[in-house]
Design a binder for this molecule. Sequence first.
Ligand code: DC
Length: 207
Amino acid sequence: MIIAIDGPAASGKGTLGKRLAAHFGLRHLDTGLLYRAVAHALVVKGAKLDDPTIAEAAARTLDVAQLDEAKLKARGMAEPASIVSAIPQVRAALVDLQRNFAAVAPGAVLDGRDIGTVILPDADVKIYVDATPQVRARRRATEFRAKGENVDEALILDDICRRDERDRSRTVAPLVPAKDAHVLDTSDLDVEAAFAAAVAIVEAARR
Ligand code: DC
């Protein structure tokens, strides 16, 4: 079984993806980490984030097994990841890697922005996870505070809105729900309720 999860920044799709994968015995790939890793490689090199040649080379040499989630999930990597993800050559360089990951038995859950629309259009189940920007900013702030970071929720909201705008308006693979996606609005749901709703969507699609 292949499950495609898409949604805007901090919508909870990563948490859902991880939990759905564990629940159904599938592998999980948070595809945002791929774009974050490309951005990180450019930052380390001191390269410009919109340099398509260096960015594509970084994307082509990515090793999924070597992704350092703690480092890549740092707050400062979100905006750079959004910038490199708008480069068509970067997106093209990461397509096969994602499809190959999904193709390995027993199947996988991939979460990102273009999984149901571009990467895995034939996925068995597609879920588009959404929540209001305010709710997403609150959740992100809570997450960072739990890690001991002193964050300003209003600034996080600004970051989220700017990133959403860029991710939705880019020319290649913009963030948009697939026509056959089940939209799951988690604005009024806690983690458990969102998970239960997602499991119900997958079970119904299986039947
Ligand atoms: O999900 P995330 O916040 O880790 O993603 C970081 C950035 O990567 C996001 O702003 C847009 C980009 N991204 C993308 O363009 N396509 C994906 N499938 C996943 C992430």
